[in-house]
Write a protein that binds this ligand. Structure first.
Ligand code: PMP
Length: 359
């Protein structure tokens, strides 16, 4: 596959030697930015042995890592990840959105998978160091963001079933554009056979093992022209849960419905923020089961996630039935989206205390 136009710009400047090195970020064609990995300058690594606390993390050049073939992550999938964005504000500063929520979610996931986790302070410090060390990769305002990917995994060797003897916390970052190139709205497909999560399982944490089992159905849906799939609950097969990478909301007569975060959906930070913004604007928000009848009856549908932000859903297809929804500027979705975006990009004062400036 030929390199993307954004990457082409980098490799052209790369051949000009070290002096040009300093300017990769500047040489980027920010308008061509996609949602993919562009190697940046530095990543952050911190290790600990089981039973000890994490300590002495450090920055290191972005690059490959060495793992034992019997590392816990490779053999038993003992690992979780997070995702958040560093955004450049209108006045050129850089801020993160609710990063302590990611720290908390990582901690919960680590407990579930029997792993030690970095403290919130260590987590935030690692994010800060990673972003500052890759500052020139934070796109200009409105052109995208620096996506930050914290990973926590069993890196020590293990053969008998059980937790690894050593853990690695690693943070890397890469500049990204919008997740779905297709534009402002999504067309979703309700998956009727494959389930994403089961009661008592790991659907409520960002376990690395939750993601590849849905590749096939998402791939098939995309081949048919859909943006993504919506999963039904495993217990009854009647209620909508979430998509492969984002949470879902339904609006009927100005009442907002979203499936409850009871362990089988990921408690999204964008989801939580949208609920708080909507309640602040006096909308009634109900976190309850959303059966197929509510999908048929909804006026609007939208989804939330760090990567997809807040995006309108233009249609949902279930078996052979396609239902279309309101997506215009008069929609509830649009009002909520604008408020969130203004906070995230520093256009309005952050009265919620959700943003963290890092420069
Ligand atoms: N659901 C799943 C399965 C996800 O992977 C994500 C992305 N983290 C979300 C929902 C949205 O969560 P957030 O708003 O915290 O990005």
């Amino acid at each position: 596959m030929p390199p993307s136009p954004a990457l082409q710009a980098i490799s052209e400047s790369a051949v000009q030697g070290h002096e040009a090195d300093e300017k990769y970020g500047d040489a980027m064609n920010w308008d061509e930015l996609e949602f993919g990995v562009i190697p940046t300058d530095h990543m952050y690594i911190m290790k600990c042995s089981n039973g000890d606390d994490f300590s002495q993390g450090h920055l290191t050049p972005f690059g490959k890592i060495e793992l034992s073939p019997s590392a816990g992550i490779l053999n038993y999938g003992q690992g979780i990840f997070e995702g958040l964005k560093a955004i450049r504000t209108k006045d050129g500063r850089i801020q993160l959105f609710r990063p302590e929520e990611n720290a908390l979610r990582m901690k919960m996931g680590a407990e579930r998978l029997c792993m030690p986790s970095p403290s919130t302070h260590q987590f935030l410090d690692a994010l800060k160091q990673t972003v500052l060390a890759n500052k020139r990769w934070v796109p200009p305002q409105g052109k995208g963001s620096l996506y930050i990917r914290p990973l926590l995994f069993g890196s020590g060797p293990v053969l008998g079933l059980g937790p690894a003897p050593e853990y690695t916390f690693l943070v890397y970052a890469t500049p990204v554009g919008s997740y779905h190139k297709c534009g402002a709205t999504m067309n979703l497909y309700i998956e009727n056979e494959v389930r994403r999560a089961i009661p008592g399982g790991t659907g409520g944490i960002k376990s690395i093992t939750n993601y590849s089992p849905v590749f096939e159905v998402v791939k098939k849906a995309r081949a048919k022209g859909f943006t993504d799939v919506l999963f039904l609950d495993a217990a009854t097969g009647k209620n909508i849960e979430e998509a492969s990478l984002f949470n879902i909301f339904f609006v009927k007569d100005n009442v907002i419905l979203t499936p409850p975060a009871n362990g089988t959906i990921l408690p999204g930070i964008t989801r939580k923020s949208i609920i708080e913004i909507a309640r602040d604007l006096n909308y009634l928000v109900k976190e309850r089961d959303v059966p197929l009848e509510d999908v048929l009856a909804a006026d609007e549908v939208f989804c939330t996630g760090t990567a997809v932000e807040v995006t309108a859903v233009a249609s949902i297809t279930y078996q052979d039935k396609r239902i279309e929804y309101r997506t215009g500027e008069e929609s509830v979705f649009h009002k909520l989206r604008v408020v969130l975006k203004e906070i995230q990009t520093g256009v309005v004062e952050d009265k919620m205390g959700w943003t963290m400036l890092i420069d």
